[in-house]
Ligand binder design. Structure first.
Ligand code: PLP
Length: 281
């Protein structure tokens, strides 16, 4: 596997990072995952804008424009021209003595590589999800590599046979452990508004745009766990998740939502996404 690390392409085994890298020591860094279909990036600018936003929020100075060529090269280095996959980007604050406050001088560590993903077939699946408490920090809009809460939550779900979590903060549903969550009630689509409690998902944004383009009403307002029993459809969105139907939402061993067939609005949006990502390539 070939990776780009700090300006050079290397075999993964030869790419080394300092034990004093703040990404390793503090999780002081950000990441981004950009999908490509048939070797062509999808919504790359949106992903790079989100990365720029995060870098600005945590004061990492890094010129993002330079990585455009690296991203294109990443697909070739991974032999994925003409295939589906995603590019992984990680930028940390770099190497410095272990002091919490930002070092006066440090050079960001930059890692980029592409990997294959099977993005087809999501529209045939329907998954079970577990309601969990959202005990993450209050800056979920920053795509930080500090994912210990997300991985712990998702591990609990997977260990118990669930695919993903539906997280709630004080009874308000925010998002998944690694996806955005949508609901449909009486043909109206609902999702939590952007802000500090969710990651501004790029697939979330694409899905909202698809709703608007297809005259499906979309309301960005949070739903509570008590409202779960009133919805007709639930689906997840994400770069590798795509638009994934939810079959059941389980809380404390009880299904608060259950649906055996993929819902009508979910199906429309899935087909629209497939149209955007495949048909015209
Ligand atoms: N929410 C969280 C917490 C995530 O980690 C992700 C993706 O990794 C998403 C939402 C979906 O974001 P996107 O559609 O940009 O992949």
């Amino acid at each position: 596997k070939r990776v780009f690390l700090n300006g050079e392409w290397k075999n993964a085994e030869e790419a080394k990072i300092s034990v004093f890298d703040r990404g390793f020591v503090f999780g002081d860094g950000l990441y981004e995952v950009i999908p490509f279909y048939n070797g062509k990036f999808f919504l790359k600018e949106d992903h790079l804008n989100r990365l720029s936003y995060g870098l600005k929020e945590i004061n990492i100075e890094f010129e993002i424009d330079g990585i455009n060529d690296v991203l294109l090269k990443a697909i070739r280095e991974a032999d994925l021209d003409g295939s589906d996959g995603a590019a992984y980007i990680q930028v940390t604050r770099g190497v410095a003595p272990r002091i919490h406050s930002y070092p006066s001088e440090s050079k960001p560590t930059v890692l980029i590589y592409a990997f294959p993903v099977v993005l087809e077939g999501f529209e045939e699946k329907s998954v079970d999800v577990l309601v969990s408490e959202d005990y993450r920090w209050h800056r979920c809009d920053i795509k930080s590599t500090s994912l210990v809460a997300n991985v712990a939550m998702n591990n609990e779900a997977v260990k118990n046979g669930f695919h993903e979590n539906v997280l709630h903060r004080n009874g308000v549903i925010t998002e998944g452990s690694h996806s955005s969550v949508f609901f449909v009630r009486n043909k109206v689509v609902y999702t939590h508004p952007n802000g500090k409690f969710i990651l501004p998902g790029i697939t979330r944004k694409a899905t909202i745009d698809l709703c608007r383009a297809n005259n499906i009403q979309i309301i960005e307002t949070p739903l509570s766990i008590d409202q779960l029993s009133t919805v007709d459809e639930v689906f997840l969105t994400g770069t590798t998740t795509q638009i994934l139907a939810v079959r059941s939402v389980v809380m404390n061993g009880v299904a608060r939502f259950k649906q055996n067939q993929i819902g009508e609005i979910t199906r429309i949006l899935q087909q629209e996404l497939i149209g955007k990502t495949r048909r015209y390539i």
